[in-house]
Design a protein around this ligand. Sequence first.
Ligand SMILES: Cc1ncc(COP(=O)(O)O)c(C=O)c1O
Length: 378
Amino acid sequence: MNWNIPFNRPMLTGNEFRYILQALEAGHISGDGRFTKKCHELLEKELGVAKALLTTSCTHALEIAALLLDIVPGDEVIVPSFTFVSTANAFVLRGAKPVFCDIRADTLNLDESKLQGLITPRTKAIVAVHYAGVGCEMDSITGTARRHGIAVVEDNAHGLFGTYRGRYLGTFGCLATQSFHETKNFTCGEGGALLINDGQYIERAEIIREKGTNRNRFFRGQVDKYTWVDLGSSYLPSDVLAAFLFAQLENRSQIQALRENVWQRYCEGLKAWASGNSVTLPYVPYHCEQPWHMFYLLMPTLAAREALIRHLKECKILSVFHYLPLHLSDMGRRWGGKEGDCLVAEAVSDRVLRLPFYNELSAEDQERVISVVSEFQP
Ligand SMILES: Cc1ncc(COP(=O)(O)O)c(C=O)c1O
């Protein structure tokens, strides 16, 4: 279909091709070249994390996290039901049982008040997903985890540069993951990063990311040859992708300013319509700064959501739904998931509608989206 207004459109910030050329000219386009290191430095300095490692995706960063936490068959890992498959799958790959937690009705984040009831002697980790880049209740989640000696991993795919109580998302868990997929604020097409806040994981993370070898130690001159020392895979992206990504990260203020504008325009333009039609707009608690990742509508019913998607489609505007509850997926049911386990996730999943959201969405196109939405009566 030829969309007048697509859901997403990646933007070049200016230096992407110049940096790719520089990577080529430097004669190093495989992983861990100059631009990969620049991305690591930028993320470490900006966020204040002990170590950042670019990966081929957020999914792969989550897989590294599962390996680092020594997840073995029989372990349980608590994940929100309302999330992307990879949040759970990365741990299930190591043999863990996913334990699905319901979400809060306001932020659509993991409901911290439900955690205590899901923890068993086998619980090894809690994965907090900051939906739309709005922070989970990290004080409560990290407190519960600490009392039980459980690791916290932040799946921060949406939330780079968002904050919770003035502190960057991705700095609360022992490990955190980022996505640089095409739909994210900063992109290189496909990519991700592992953020390490607990220094004990750094050396092993480098090994796992380099196919289970101590190649990084070899390059640093710490060993005279490198060999197979642990489990691992090929998790490092080409420096061509890192060059593209560095241009985007370097221009983070410009990108975030554009996105903030888009978000605010939607919010202003749809406020009155939403309140008159039982539609809920995104909720951002006062102690969270969001990174302007997405704008969603919570429609009153599934039928209304489907009808609005169709209405927008007739005007060649692409809007999309989001996650299906994982506990009701084929895989989730294999782990015992059934209707009624996560009531909020089940209700919300049917009602979320995401509007076109990208850096260069023009005011004119956005006005068109707002006016097409506003003529719709659920
Ligand atoms: C919460 C969450 N985690 C992980 C991922 C996977 O990201 P990637 O495509 O970089 O593997 C996504 C994808 O959008 C996501 O929404």
